[in-house]
Design a protein around this ligand. Sequence first.
Ligand SMILES: [Zn+2]
Length: 531
Amino acid sequence: MSYTALYRKFRPTDLSQVRGQDHIVTTLRNQLSGGRVGHAYLFTGTRGTGKTSIAKIMARAVNCEHPTENGPCGECDSCRSIADGSSMNVYEIDAASNTGVDNVRVIIEGVNYRPTLGKYKVYIIDEVHMLSESAFNALLKTLEEPPEWAIFILATTEVHKLPATILSRCQRYDFKRIGIDTICSRMQELMAAEGRSADERALRYIARKADGSMRDALSLLDQAIAFQSEGELSYDETLEVLGAVDTEVFSRLFRGIINRDTLGCVGIIDEMASQGKELTQFVTDFVWYLRNIMLLMASPDTASMIDISTENMVRLREDAGLSELDSVIRYIRVFSELISQIRYASQKRVHVEIAFIRCCEPRMAIKDPESLTDRVAALEKRIEEGNFVSFAAAPKTEGETVIRSDVKMPEAPKALPDDIRKLIENWPRVISDCSNDTCMIKNCKPVLSDDGKLVLYFPAGDISARLLGNEAQHRELEEIFENYTGSAVEFAIKNSESDEIFENGLYDLRNIVKPGTVNVPIDTEENTEEI
Ligand SMILES: [Zn+2]
């Protein structure tokens, strides 16, 4: 016996079964009962929220011989022929599939023929934003003066890609993401219908992970059920099947950030990557963990809004006592941005590492005033502990300065190679040209090596040097540099041996050539195009 996926098996067949879109259901119900059906509908919203399901219900309802208040009766000839796909009145077109695009035009042009049976021809065009230009034109012509028997239901996840001419001719319905409670109760119904029970925490985890999409939730539930074919669907095994990470790992990461333990955090990421965890999901779950900490910090009464076991709650409370609310909000912002960055990125891991470093090292985020809170907190802690040693280790008098053998101070500006001079003159622009992957160079000190090469010098222990040593990052920097010099610039990336050497401003090329004195980049092709 073949297995039918839950979301197909339990696809709503009338309006009463649609969940989480009450505003739309009510409007459509009124239109159907009042006989005021429109000719063009636009259903927009995130995937898995019921757009296609409602479109199909509408298609059956308008042709149904005995419509009910919930739409189609499901029993008349028309309802049945549409359900089994033999009706000539309903056309479902998936604009996203490559083959369809040119056929779409032909199908739409067939609209001029009156239906032989039933009242309406319904055209459901899924992912309508993918239509070719000629198909859009054909559609537009029809939408301007639709025959009385035609109904178009356009569905899209990306409404901003639709031409305004199309938008202005449709009744628009915005489908909302479905809430966790709504998804949970629907899953409970379906589990009961399947004769299975489930740990509520498992369902809540799935609902949360589905992020507002009923279809995603049911697919995940399918996976979990497939793994545990008998008995109650348990929480632990659900986590296991879905590749989720135990809360304890998030707690370790959070404490790593608080203790500025960059290496520890990167180590945990390495662990996760080698266990084959999906990093986007991992970061999403971590944001959720931070959100829980934030709620607890904001008010202890929020504990009931947190889905977590009692033992984990103890640890969560401890974590909440370790930091400041402002800092946690900043971390949430950093990691939320990260989620959208890495969704389609090829170097996910590097992005994740950078985000953790940004949190561990607030000085990395100099443009972000909120990171100042962290820096002040760190200073306060040092003062409390009487740890002033590194404050006192400021540059000594000139005579005492340790001159490092591999780094030299050019005697006069003229001793600088031309390309390096051009680069330093434009240094602020170079930094602003850097992407998120390379922006760490703003923390480096450009210096000159003994053999006249450029060295980007980072503080002792700063992990940026390692990240920038990555091939892709190195290449990006090369390209940016070349835009300012017109030729390839050789450069090395190094960590200084101690903070003391780094803090000393002597070797910094920016003290020799003042950046910003010359602001016009040389005329490479790319630059002239921009100007
Ligand atoms: Zn019917």
